[in-house]
Design a protein around this ligand. Structure first.
Ligand code: 5AD
Ligand code: SF4
Length: 397
């Protein structure tokens, strides 16, 4: 989501004559798009902003924009600590970013030719923003606001345009992306409509919520090979009790049913897990470990619980840092070999590779694959996995 938001904001800067650079020293402007999901993420953004003090002093005409979720949470307080900051633009303001730039008086109004985008095969389309859940640990609903679904007409127009620009893979984005709906239309319908657009070869979506893995969605997938067979489905915990306290809206059992249904339909599943939620007992933690053993995720991103201001869980008694560290260590050890084993079991399977460079691309289930011959970027190559090198499939092609 942040990547797509960055692209969207950057487009408004390109339209005002800026070109991207990897080199801060030659930059005239720094746009920092931030995350506040955990304290650590916010800290990183703020310390980067702190380091820009010197950069701005070297050349006071340089412009610094601080945007995204941390900007939303901290607001104009930021300007007190960082007086050299030019603009603050919160996550809720992304639709008004262009207006904000124009009102700032910092930019000239005669736009130059925009720089062509870097070559990639993936086009991002935001289909909804915000979240109507209230997971007790999560700051997202307060910084992103309630769900707002974009109209299907607009989504289809944008996806068609991306495909026409040469992006055969479309990634639909939203905080709870599969909660998207509009009068008479579900997320499953939208997936089918986007994948039927000319030039669209593959459709992915990030991030879904288990509550909306519906029979309708599963039926759509079954009949539509363009829907990628990979899902990043955050489970958060394997204990029904903790899931309830997190207010996730599902139990271990219903979760397992959905995960099994996805596996049966050939999905590789990656996930997010939080360790050390305040009420998590050693037995609850064991339940998470056993879920990881049972499901064979293709990847699991593991996080120490981080209290976020204003969330219900932040009022609860915290575990010690030592307990958090210990549990994270145990879990990380358990998930360490997941990717390698997920890759190993692909040997002998047929794959469809969307080429991202002449010799490398990704399969529908999101594994990296290397081909023997060279193919055009953006083409789809059908082959069989012959061997595997760590986390790279080697194909017969
Ligand atoms: N502490 C730790 N991890 C969190 N996440 C969300 N909020 C918190 C928090 N307060 C994790 C969840 C989510 C991922 C993006 O970040 O696992 O899926
Ligand atoms: Fe946060 Fe829960 Fe919404 Fe995900 S579903 S963004 S974890 S409140």
């Amino acid at each position: 989501m942040n990547l797509a938001d960055s692209e969207e904001m950057a487009a408004h800067l390109l339209a005002r004559g800026y070109v991207p650079t990897e080199n801060l020293e030659e930059a005239d402007l720094a746009l920092i798009n931030t995350c506040t999901i955990r304290d650590h993420a916010e800290h990183k953004a703020l310390s980067f902003l702190g380091r820009l003090r010197k950069w701005k002093r070297e050349n006071p005409s340089r412009i610094i924009i601080f945007a995204g979720c941390a900007a939303q949470r901290l607001g104009n307080r930021l300007k007190k600590t960082f007086p050299y900051l030019d603009l603050v633009s919160g996550a809720k303001e992304i639709d008004r970013f262009a207006e904000l730039l124009d009102h700032s008086g910092l930019f000239s109004t005669n736009p130059a030719e925009p720089n062509p985008a870097t070559q990639s095969v993936t086009g991002y389309v935001t289909i909804m923003r915000g979240c109507n859940f209230a997971c007790s640990y999560c700051i997202v609903p307060s910084v992103r606001g309630p769900v707002h679904c974009l109209p299907s007409q607009q989504i289809l127009r944008q996806a068609a345009q991306k495909a026409a620009e040469g992006y055969p893979e479309i990634v639909l984005l939203g905080q709870t992306v599969n909660a998207w709906q509009e009068e008479g239309k579900t997320f499953a319908d939208l997936l089918n409509e986007v994948s039927a657009l000319p030039g669209v070869e593959r459709v992915r979506f990030v991030s879904p919520h288990p509550a909306f893995i519906t029979p309708q969605f599963l039926a759509a997938v079954e009949n539509n090979p363009k829907i990628a067979r990979h899902i990043h489905l955050p489970v958060q915990s394997g204990s029904t009790k903790v899931l309830q306290e997190m207010k996730r809206g599902y139990s271990r059992e219903t979760l397992l049913e959905k995960l099994d249904a996805l596996k049966e339909r050939g999905f590789a599943i990656s996930t997010d897990i939080i360790v050390g939620f305040p009420t998590e007992t050693p037995q609850d933690f064991e339940q998470t470990l056993s879920l990881v053993e049972r499901v064979h995720f293709s990847a699991a991103y593991c996080f120490k619980y981080s209290p976020r201001q204003g969330t219900p869980a932040a009022q609860m008694q915290l575990h010690t840092e030592k307990t958090l560290e210990e549990r994270l260590d145990i879990l990380l050890n358990k998930v360490k070999g997941l990717a390698e084993s997920a890759y190993r079991v692909q040997i002998g399977k047929p794959v469809q590779i969307l080429m991202e460079s002449p010799n490398k691309g990704r399969t529908s289930d999101n594994f990296w694959a290397k081909t023997k011959k060279s193919y055009p970027v953006g083409s789809m190559v059908n082959s069989i996995v012959e061997d595997v090198d760590d986390t790279l499939l080697l194909t017969r092609d």
